[in-house]
Design a protein around this ligand. Structure first.
Ligand SMILES: [Cu+2]
Length: 286
């Protein structure tokens, strides 16, 4: 089996007190099913995949940094936030597919968690022709800006189809794209019903409320849902407003969390995300 690993570093400046350790992969392996948690994985013994099979990589990063946020009670919380880029190449280096800046994991904890795992799936939405491929992943610790690479040499082949893990993605839609990715917890559907706002990534490293302006009647309740992998808030006012959060403030909202506020009086209510102050919205109550 071919197996290579290499590391590179996006940045060498010391940005955190936890920088004695270099951000790197402490351990990584392809796994046969979604890991249940740190250390709770089933190692995939072969790097030979069937056409159409998902590449599921398990990584234990070390040397990452913690961000600081405060919750609605003023308590100190820590963030651990990772993104990933990947490319799929053929062995002579021609890139066949790839994506950048995929949100991977954005954890908020009361503790500086010492152990965490990342999982990254690459789906063959249309099965790769049998052959050898190189998967290169670049994991970035958003809190420090540092990155490391993992390179995996894989073979796609009909012969060695692994009955325990193949087949689960056979119902995926074929598309003209060679590959797409999915990360956990981003599979919420779009809810277009009235008085509902979603928090989404706009692709350009930006975030938005969708719709960013919503019109309701006095007495209506607006529900916000974080359908993004990043953490957001719904906080009344703006970043420069002394009374920000006075009217309403969701606090940190992880993926899938919802927040409701009932607007009793007519008026225009601006709000924003304290983590991404450019992420702004407005509720117009008539
Ligand atoms: Cu945000």
């Amino acid at each position: 089996m071919l197996y290579h690993q290499q590391y590179s570093f996006g940045q060498t400046s010391e940005t955190s007190s936890t920088s004695e350790q270099i951000f790197r992969s402490g351990f990584d392996t392809f796994v046969t099913s979604e890991p249940k948690g740190y250390g709770m994985y089933e190692k995939r013994e072969s790097n030979v995949f069937a056409p159409g099979e998902t590449f599921l990589l398990y990584v234990e990063p070390v040397g990452y940094s913690y961000g600081n946020v405060t919750d609605e009670n003023g308590d100190q919380l820590y963030t651990m936030n990772f993104t990933v880029d990947f490319t799929i190449s053929n062995p002579n280096g021609t890139i066949l597919a790839g994506q950048e800046d995929l949100p991977l994991s954005n954890l908020v904890s009361h503790h500086q968690n010492k152990e965490l795992m990342l999982q990254m799936t690459i789906d063959q939405t249309s099965p790769f022709p049998p052959g050898d491929y190189v998967l290169k992943y670049t994991f970035t610790d958003e809190n420090s800006g540092r990155s490391f690479d993992i390179r995996k040499d894989v073979t796609v082949n009909y012969e060695e189809e692994d009955s325990s893990s193949s087949g689960e993605n056979n119902d995926r839609q074929a598309s003209s794209e060679t590959a797409t990715t999915s990360t956990p917890n981003n599979t919420l559907g779009n809810s277009a019903s009235a008085n509902k706002v979603s928090m989404v990534s706009t692709g350009d490293e930006g975030y938005a409320y969708q719709p960013d302006t919503i019109k309701v009647k006095a007495g209506d309740t607006v529900t916000w849902t974080n359908t993004d992998d990043a953490l957001h808030t719904v906080t009344s006012g703006s970043g420069t407003d002394e009374n920000m959060g006075a009217e309403f403030d969701s606090g940190m909202m992880a993926t899938r969390k919802t927040f409701e506020h009932t607007f009793a009086a007519a008026g225009e209510y601006s709000y924003f995300c304290v983590i991404h102050p450019d992420m702004v919205g407005k509720v117009v109550v008539s």
